[in-house]
Design a protein around this ligand. Structure first.
Ligand SMILES: Nc1ncnc2c1ncn2[C@@H]1O[C@H](COP(=O)(O)OP(=O)(O)O)[C@@H](O)[C@H]1O
Ligand SMILES: [Mg+2]
Length: 437
């Protein structure tokens, strides 16, 4: 029996309802329960195939427990390693890099020094900071909020530099960021669960219980744009479960808050219909992860940022240039003669190893045809170049691979077959081809 565990804290509505929903689905071989921990021993596997984590942001002990569980193959939703590494300021910086417009944002050190640090610990920091440049870049009014956190805690709207310094004085040891104010005409809060998106019109300026707008209609084209941004951000960050808040100003989208890996899913605050969506989709996704679980492997989601970075750094570096050594005259002569011999034409060794059917896949790309293979999660710029060099230039070609072909290809480009299979290159390519149609 594969067990799905829910790890949670003060929440009362979502976790028990999720356990009930998963069990009510009566999926053969799968059951759900609240996670039960009586001891945590290094490298010990847990009983759980999948764990949905709703609390480790507040309990470091749980975060360590989840990393240990992941090491033995538990599929943890969300990846505890990535969650530990991420925060809102990095979110924004990455967004800019992947071409998603976000409000201008600047990071601030905490107003109070962290415990056990002294002035010396901050000797690399200019004092005062370059406030003029910062205020000019962000402008006023602005939002001043923690670089990591949630629940609107310590979120300030500041209208001038005085306001800013007063707010900063209240924030103690919190690392903060100052962010351009987006005066929005529309605002959306969007659930993201393993590639499924649910968009909820939201008015943050309303009282708490009236923020989710039930009867609001939104233009379809705008919803499509919001959905695309939600997909793009989560695919790059690597979250399975998240919410993305998007403000719309003059028709342009500005994601505001998209680092919510244990998002509010309380029935009272999100409302009945949204609660039903999250319950059903979280249940389906958890079951999917249990069914796709691979024993003996790491079953975590890694976003395009991490997989891209790892691929990049994994490439073998160029071998060091040979040292110049003084050779005896006779040897030198021999070498020079050798140099004069006609150079043998380099064989295309990759296609030599292919069957006729596999050669057909290579021939499938028309001359000059070339897709962005980086759309496949796991393929970065360097791997793409190598794939192109052996004749793989289109997503369609990848979609036609079978396991044997994939193995030959990854061997030729110096990549791990296990990882390519784990990253589901073929399945991803098939889906991309399907979506293109
Ligand atoms: N840059 C901004 N422009 C406009 N409104 C903002 C901005 N940043 C935050 N807000 C408002 O403040 C609220 C709380 O900020 P948010 O970044 O979502 O923090 P939290 O993670 O605590 O929810 C948002 O829902 C939004 O209404
Ligand atoms: Mg928020």
């Amino acid at each position: 029996m594969k067990k799905i565990g829910i790890l949670y804290g003060k929440e009362n509505s979502f976790p028990p309802a999720l356990v009930e929903r998963i069990n009510a689905m009566n999926t053969p071989g799968i059951s759900a329960e609240a996670v039960y921990i009586s001891k945590v021993i290094q490298a010990d596997p847990t009983d759980y195939t999948v764990i949905i984590d709703r609390i480790s942001q507040d309990v470091p002990f749980y975060r360590a427990y989840l990393k240990n569980a992941a090491l033995s193959g538990t599929a943890v939703i969300n990846n505890p390693f990535w969650w530990s590494a991420d925060e809102k300021f990095f979110n924004n910086a990455l967004s800019e890099k992947i071409g998603v417009q976000v409000p201008k944002t600047v990071l601030f050190p905490s107003n109070h020094r962290p415990p056990d640090t002294s002035e010396l610990s901050f000797r690399n920091l200019a004092f005062p900071l370059d406030y003029e440049a910062i205020f000019e870049y962000v402008g006023f009014p602005a939002f001043f909020k923690p670089f990591s956190g949630g629940g609107w805690k310590s979120v300030y709207k500041v209208y001038n530099r005085n306001d800013f310094f007063n707010a900063w004085n209240e924030t103690g040891e919190l690392v903060m960021m100052l962010q351009e104010n987006i005066e929005f005409e529309e605002y959306f809060r969007c659930y993201y669960v393993g590639g499924r998106v649910h968009i909820m019109p939201y008015e943050p300026r309303n009282p708490f219980h009236e923020r989710y707008l039930k009867d609001k209609t939104t233009e379809k084209s705008l919803l499509k744009k919001v959905e695309a941004v939600v997909h793009k951000l989560n695919e790059h960050l690597g979250y399975d479960f998240n919410t993305v808040e998007v403000a719309v100003r003059d028709g342009e989208l500005y994601p505001i808050d998209f680092c919510n890996p244990a998002p509010d899913a309380d029935e009272f605050s999100v409302g009945k219909d949204n609660f039903e969506w999250i319950l059903q989709n979280a249940a389906e996704y958890a079951i999917e992860r249990a069914q796709n679980h691979k024993a003996g492997e790491i079953n975590l989601t890694w976003g395009k940022f991490i997989t891209g970075a790892v691929n990049f750094f994994q490439q073998p570096t160029a071998p060091p240039a040979p040292k110049k050594v003084k050779l005896p005259v006779a040897t030198k002569k021999k070498q020079e003669e050798k140099k004069k011999e006609p150079v043998k034409k380099k064989e295309d060794s990759f296609s030599d190893h292919l069957t006729a059917a596999q050669k057909k896949i290579i021939a499938n790309a028309k001359k000059g045809e070339k897709d962005n293979l980086k759309q496949i999660n796991g393929i970065g710029a360097v791997l793409e170049k190598k794939l192109n060099e052996i004749g793989i230039k289109t997503i369609k070609q990848v979609s036609k691979f079978d396991k044997a072909m994939l193995n030959k290809v990854v061997e030729a480009i110096g990549y791990s077959a296990e990882r390519a299979a784990n990253e589901n290159w073929i399945k991803q390519a098939k889906e991309l081809v399907k979506n293109k149609k």
